[in-house]
Design a protein. Sequence first.
Length: 75
Amino acid sequence: MLTDAIHKIRYKIPIGTHFFEVDLFQKENAGLIIAEIELNSELDEFDVPEWLGEEVTGNNKYYNSYISKNPFSTW
């Protein structure tokens, strides 16, 4: 099944010994920014940057499959 394309710019930002992947969404999802960090385990500690917002892990609303059908501009 084909879905609508999602347009975004991804930045890889080093913070301490980790990297955050920050997605700035474009077009109908403009204004949505999602940051993700890959950890080795749940116990892995990391520096929390000041710009980091609300935790949305596990919230289906922020999955690409959701926003491709329900653009951020309609929230």
